[in-house]
Design a binder for this molecule. Structure first.
Ligand SMILES: Cc1cc2nc3c(=O)[nH]c(=O)nc-3n(C[C@H](O)[C@H](O)[C@H](O)COP(=O)(O)O)c2cc1C
Length: 264
């Protein structure tokens, strides 16, 4: 069965049931563009012939990085080098998707002393993260546009789909959790409100990339913290994503406060 094709709701077909999950490459030089090292890396991964490969997180905003070595995709200048990387990953005709992400309050203090977040709840870990700024409505609308813009650039750069990173305590996951989202407006409180940002991005990305381009989401089953995003919350978001016809859901768990996903 692992070697049989799998059709996604958008119509795209994965050639087999094996997928490589996102692993941050941290290979960029100061220009934050895909480098020849990315080309070599994905040429090598392509040899495994997994039906789907997902890139490490590609950032939508240059002030919010998971690491200084991340690819930032916010304008067309990256497209020539990106195409070399995506061609390498698609060498045998398999799917190669971009994971797109905004690091929110989990942005290193070396990158941004006051990163944007749903609320000003600081991640206290050895002084590595600054006090975040609670986002205004306008900043939330800007982030929606940034995700959509990056998704469109990913399509232009040769990726065959995208995955929205809504797990592991980054911005979209912060909105989902009542520990990090204490807002009392339409973006906080009920699970419908906490999921509003993710669902707006799914909807507007779909409108921008078209009906036949795969959109996936990575979501926590829970963040494994008291008072945080719970398994019940997760099930409700999964229903919303199902209704929105998301093509593929990857379930993970944890945040920087409880990190089972790092392999350590
Ligand atoms: C070196 C390394 C880098 C990773 N980078 C990312 C990443 O960029 N994006 C992401 O969503 N997960 C990343 N992960 C987490 C994995 O994709 C995956 O979620 C993790 O191995 C745990 O598996 P699980 O999610 O099935 O529990 C990384 C894991 C490792 C070991």
């Amino acid at each position: 069965m692992l070697h049989t094709p799998f059709q996604l709701p958008c119509g795209a077909i994965l050639q087999n049931r094996l997928a490589k999950a996102a692993m941050t490459e941290r290979l960029c030089r100061a220009d934050q563009l895909p480098h020849e090292d990315h080309v070599r890396l994905y040429e090598s991964w392509a040899e495994a012939r997994a039906g789907l490969m997902i890139s490490g997180n590609i950032m939508v905003d240059r002030k919010h990085l998971e690491s200084g070595g991340n690819i930032i995709l916010d304008d067309e200048s990256a497209l020539p080098s990106l195409s070399r990387m995506t061609d390498a990953g698609k060498k045998y005709g398999h799917h190669f998707w971009a994971q797109i992400s905004h690091s929110g309050r989990q942005t290193s203090v070396l990158v941004n002393r006051h990163p944007l977040a749903p609320s000003d709840v600081q991640l206290k870990k050895m002084g590595l993260f600054g006090k975040p700024r609670q986002m205004t409505e306008e900043q939330i609308e800007t982030v929606i546009r940034q995700f959509v813009h990056t998704a469109v650039l990913c399509k232009k750069g040769g990726f065959t789909g995208i995955q929205l990173h809504s797990a592991h305590g980054y911005l979209l996951s912060e909105f989902l959790s009542p520990r990090t989202n204490t807002r009392t407006d339409q973006w906080g409180g009920s699970i419908e409100n906490r999921a509003r940002l993710l669902m707006r991005i799914v909807k507007e990305t779909r409108e921008a990339v078209g009906a036949e381009f795969p959109i996936g989401v990575k979501l926590n089953s829970a963040d494994f913290q008291r008072g945080g995003f719970s398994p019940d919350d997760s099930l409700q978001v999964i229903r919303m994503l199902h209704d929105a016809k998301v093509d593929l859901l990857e379930i993970s768990g944890g945040t920087y406060e409880n990190v089972p996903f790092s392999g350590e």
